[in-house]
Design a protein around this ligand. Structure first.
Ligand SMILES: CCCCCCCCCCCCC/C=C/C(=O)SCCNC(=O)CCNC(=O)[C@H](O)C(C)(C)COP(=O)(O)OP(=O)(O)OC[C@H]1O[C@@H](n2cnc3c(N)ncnc32)[C@H](O)[C@@H]1OP(=O)(O)O
Length: 306
């Protein structure tokens, strides 16, 4: 209480998974608002190749808009850029929340770029998987409030990104679908994909969903709790920002410690098994049978167009 009266708020610096709850420090919201911008990107958009990041200095909210044509597939380059941007925002004392969305009006993200898993060397596959892990660790372990504004379909890795956020708002469109559909491709969602889903929709629904590789329409996703709210497509950003302001009304330190308490065991499980998880991925993806499944799936995707 005294902290709030003094115009100070308690924030945790850095990433939940890296710093836990010990690295707490004070910063003054009142004073910061009057100071000139210190970082090179505050208050104006900075564009990378695969996403735009815009931080509003007044609200402390950044919007990451994914814009990798045609479907925001998560390539090694995309994932690396994403992790760097999350790191920058995490370190920025003025940023308290992130809204993740897409510039493609129909697709949030098509998930992992299948081309990164097909016909590649074990070295490349290992590097790619480390980048997938890093994306998830940065997002799931973020100290910031993270909201997914899911303005289109979001299979597999796209669904994982949404699951890693604190809150999910999906555009109310029956054509959009979301889910972990890995088994439909003949591949297996790793344990931390599964854990992320269990933590949102529970064990039974996750088992059903993962075994069958189910993709849910927006309304069915709402029914099972895979998303928290449905909103008209054109209202999704306004709504996400309004939800964000509710979350930011909670004192940062209390919310961050609570978030860490809830997520730390799940984060630690990957952190302690990181290398074996990479090895599992490389071994699994290198199998002839898996390569064949991926080849057929890629061909099917291309044929769907014609
Ligand atoms: C002991 C334990 C062992 C366990 C060990 C486990 C190890 C780990 C195993 C591996 C785990 C991997 C986890 C994988 C996660 C993933 O994310 S896999 C990716 C899954 N994604 C999908 O299935 C989505 C496929 N795409 C679509 O359904 C549709 O494209 C769409 C997203 C709904 C968009 O539809 P539409 O607007 O109609 O566009 P399209 O015409 O279909 O596509 C446009 C072009 O984009 C290409 N494309 C689509 N998706 C991808 C993709 N994911 N990667 C790469 N490219 C993609 C598509 O081919 C089209 O290309 P062009 O024809 O060249 O234009």
């Amino acid at each position: 209480m005294a902290v709030l009266l003094n115009g100070l708020r308690l924030v945790s610096s850095g990433n939940l998974s890296l710093h836990g709850i010990k690295s707490l420090q004070y910063k003054s919201t009142r004073i910061l608002c009057q100071l000139p911008c210190k970082s090179s990107y505050q208050g104006r958009p900075f564009s990378n190749k695969n996403m735009t990041v815009e931080l509003d200095n007044n609200t402390g909210v950044a919007v990451i808009q994914m814009k990798k044509p045609p479907v925001n597939s998560l390539s090694l380059e995309f994932l690396t850029e994403f992790a760097i941007n999350m790191e920058k925002l995490e370190m920025d004392r003025e940023c308290r929340g992130v809204v993740l969305t897409s510039s493609n009006p129909k697709i949030f993200s098509a998930g992992l770029d299948i081309n990164e898993m097909y016909g590649k060397t074990p070295e490349h596959s290992g590097e790619f998987w480390r980048a997938v892990q890093e994306m998830w660790l940065k997002l799931y372990g973020s100290n910031m409030v993270t909201i997914a504004a899911i303005n289109g379909s979001s299979p597999a890795g796209g669904c994982l990104m949404a699951l890693a956020c604190d809150y999910r708002i999906m555009a109310d469109n029956p054509k959009y679908a979301i889910g972990l559909n890995e088994t439909k491709l003949g591949i297996v969602a790793p344990f931390w994909f599964k854990d992320s889903m269990i933590n949102v929709i529970g064990r039974r629904a996750t088992e059903h969903s993962l075994q069958l590789g189910l993709m849910y329409s927006a309304s069915n996703a709402l029914k099972i709790g895979l998303v928290d709210q449905l909103v008209a497509q054109d209202k999704i950003m306004t709504h996400a920002l309004s939800v964000m302001s509710e979350w930011l009304a909670i004192p940062d330190h209390a919310r961050q410690i609570t978030k860490s308490m809830m997520r730390k065991p799940t984060l630690d499980r990957l952190l302690t098994n990181r290398e074996s998880d990479i090895q599992n991925f490389v071994n699994f993806i290198s199998k002839d049978s898996i390569q064949k499944s991926l080849q057929l799936y890629l061909e099917m995707l291309k044929q769907r167009k014609s």
